[in-house]
Design a protein. Structure first.
Lengths: 189, 115
């Protein structure tokens, strides 16, 4: 069994630091794949939890932070839904809000094979010097039939003020716990 | 010509040479977006004006699978050489002002208007 691997600034915010706001939700990925609309409901709910602190009433849904955080959250929730290991597995979504930084964390269990593919993808993204070039190359590759290269994480770190970090922790020979942390630096609310 | 689901609608208006998007598009994968791809390719084939407009101003959310779908349409149209593409976006919608400019990286001649 391989040892734990960490990529990016995983401990950018110490775990013991008390946030201004905290939200944690545990779901079964199978619930999301069965009823895909739930991915959007979760993303919107968690974004609203943050955005309502900046703009009250019903207008928080019109704020840039709501749209942006929901978009980032959606990509992470979709990944957990698509790549979790077992039908009865759980995915843990966590949001910690510190002034102008949000720590969005999604944790789920995957097979070692899935973990290996994801690890290669993340290492490539974090090492890339030209993310626009990666986007263009990925899209041109998709045109030629490459179905493997998703752009969710790429767009997140390329287009949004997000620092991505990932931890892969083997739990057993059949299971690796993947924790993705997106540190979102709030610009405009 | 329309692509409609519970949360969104995409309509091609041939007279206005415009494909208008509205709502939220967060379908799970490329296969789920095949209907939208077909609509876009059909619009590009049937439009008689030199420019086809993609009006996404009322599209509040689009996930990465949707951005991939639009990106591939941009590449396909670029390779055919016509029609030219114009994308209308809203500056106030975060995903639009952050991600729509990606299409210009695929086709520099694409016109992007954020209002």
């Amino acid at each position: 069994m391989m040892s734990e691997r960490v990529y990016g600034q995983y401990d950018l915010i110490p775990d013991e630091l008390v946030p201004e706001a905290y939200l944690e939700v545990t779901v079964q990925p199978i619930d999301l794949t069965t009823h895909w609309k739930r991915t959007s409901l979760l993303a919107d709910m968690m974004a609203g939890y943050v955005a309502s602190a900046f703009r009250g009433g019903h207008r928080f849904r019109e704020s840039p932070v709501y749209n942006a955080v929901s978009t980032v959250m959606q990509e992470l929730v979709e990944n957990a839904a698509k790549f979790s290991r077992q039908r009865d597995a759980q995915a843990r979504l966590r949001l910690r809000h510190f002034d102008r930084v949000l720590q969005i964390q999604v944790q789920n269990d995957v097979t070692p094979a899935t973990a290996a593919v994801f690890e290669t993808h993340v290492k490539g993204l974090l090492a890339a010097k030209d993310l626009d070039g990666v986007y263009v190359k990925t899209m041109e590759g998709r045109r030629l039939g490459d179905q493997q290269s998703g752009i969710g994480l790429l767009l997140m770190i390329k287009d949004y003020p997000v620092k991505l970090a990932v931890r892969l922790a083997p739990k057993s020979p059949e299971c690796t716990v993947v924790t993705v942390r997106a540190h979102y630096f709030l610009e405009e609310a | 010509m329309q692509f409609i689901n519970d949360d969104s609608s995409v309509t091609f208006d041939a007279n206005a040479a415009t494909v208008k998007f509205a709502g939220t598009l967060r379908l799970p994968n490329a296969k789920a977006y095949e209907g939208l791809s077909a609509l876009l390719l059909d619009a590009a084939t049937k439009v008689t004006a030199p420019v086809l407009c993609l009006d996404v101003r009322e599209l509040l959310f689009l996930n990465s699978s949707g951005i991939t779908t639009l990106s591939l349409f941009v590449i396909n149209t670029r390779n055919k050489g016509k029609p030219r593409l114009k994308v209308l976006g809203a500056q106030g919608v975060a995903w639009q002002h952050k991600s729509l400019s990606n299409f210009k990286k695929l086709w520099a001649d694409l016109e992007l208007v954020l209002s």
